[in-house]
Ligand binder design. Structure first.
Ligand code: SF4
Length: 326
């Protein structure tokens, strides 16, 4: 139990006791100067070696959440406890040891690599964490070669550049890696290779992943549990099986209905839920349930009362009428 946070975890679990969370996020908030509530009270736990998928449309706050966790952004509210230490209250100097434990892999590998540094310099980092043989061993582990160590980022393909980004993230021996859309900028043919590499590295090193993506197929492949975000809030959080086989929130059901199914017979007959319009602006979220302008099940209550996150069929869901979803 995190000694800094006495609030109950937002999830309940059946079966044997689960290990203490590595990461406990509670009521996390990010309001930008323009009044945009990009993240509006997000809570979840992540256990050692676990992958939590974080999904939602562009602009829902998932990347901002990831950036706050690795401390690239300072939250405007809430707590981020890592191993029982609230990172949001640590002075910069005390944060140093945690920087090694918390790493990030970015969507655009080229934008995240310094074009003036060699791969050796990028991977060993400003504090030269690794020796030359250690850098080469890590490069080979992520599918690159020893001779790549002296080259510059522009000499690589997108997939190779992402492998460099992965090697850099692993150099400090992290326990938690935030993967922010790590394959969405890559060719489809390369995506599976990078996803499989991330899965193998997780098994070898016991890494916990916060896996941020808008592609629900990729998240399904990687995740033990999944959280769905809409307009800065988590609207459904549960096991992979619960969300993919029996989604309870109308938004989750709509997202899943857009994912192609491999079986052509199933694909031809299944229900498609088309969402009306675009998500509203986080600067002026609708009253009540923020999903109500796009929800086919909306009733009067939805327009006035925000639905709390509560347990329905073994997962957390924020919908007044979640019991009614088939
Ligand atoms: Fe739809 Fe109402 Fe549920 Fe919101 S609370 S998702 S508007 S049914």
């Amino acid at each position: 139990m995190n000694p800094l946070d006495t609030r109950p975890a937002p999830e309940t679990h059946d079966g044997p006791p689960t290990p203490a969370p590595l990461l406990s996020v509670r009521d996390l908030r990010m309001t930008f100067g323009s009044g945009v509530r990009a993240v509006d009270g997000v809570s979840f736990d992540l256990r050692p070696g676990e992958t939590l998928g974080l999904v939602g449309e562009s602009g829902c706050g998932k990347s901002t959440t990831g950036r706050m966790i690795v401390r690239l952004l300072q939250p405007t509210g809430g707590t981020i406890a890592f191993d029982g230490h609230d990172l949001t209250r640590l002075p910069p100097r005390a944060m140093l040891p945690f920087r090694r434990d918390l790493q990030m892999i970015f969507q655009d590998p080229f934008a995240s690599l310094n074009p003036r540094q060699t791969v050796q310099q990028i991977v060993s980092g400003p504090r030269k964490l690794l020796t030359r043989p250690q850098v080469i061993e890590l490069l080979e582990r992520v599918g690159l070669a020893a001779e790549h160590a002296d080259r510059y980022p522009h000499e690589f393909s997108g997939g190779q550049a992402q492998r460099i980004g992965i090697a850099r993230a692993l150099a400090s021996g992290p326990r938690l890696v935030v993967c922010d859309e790590p394959v969405s900028a890559l060719d489809v043919s390369i995506q599976a290779q990078i996803v499989n590499l991330l899965a193998d590295l997780q098994d070898e090193r016991g890494l916990a992943y916060l896996f941020i993506a808008h592609d629900l197929s990729v998240v399904r492949h990687m995740s033990d549990r999944v959280a769905v975000m809409y307009l800065g809030r988590i609207v459904e959080l549960g096991s992979r099986a619960a969300l993919y086989d029996d989604p309870a929130h109308p938004y989750t059901r709509a997202l899943l209905s857009a994912v192609p199914v491999a079986d052509p017979d199933v694909e031809a007959t299944r229900e498609r839920i088309v969402l009306r319009g675009d998500p509203p602006s986080p600067a002026a979220p609708p009253p009540g349930c923020s999903f109500h302008p796009r929800c086919a099940l909306a009733q009067d209550l939805c327009r006035t009362a925000p639905p709390p996150l509560r347990e329905v069929r073994g997962r957390q869901v924020s919908c007044h009428f979640a019991e009614a979803t088939p």
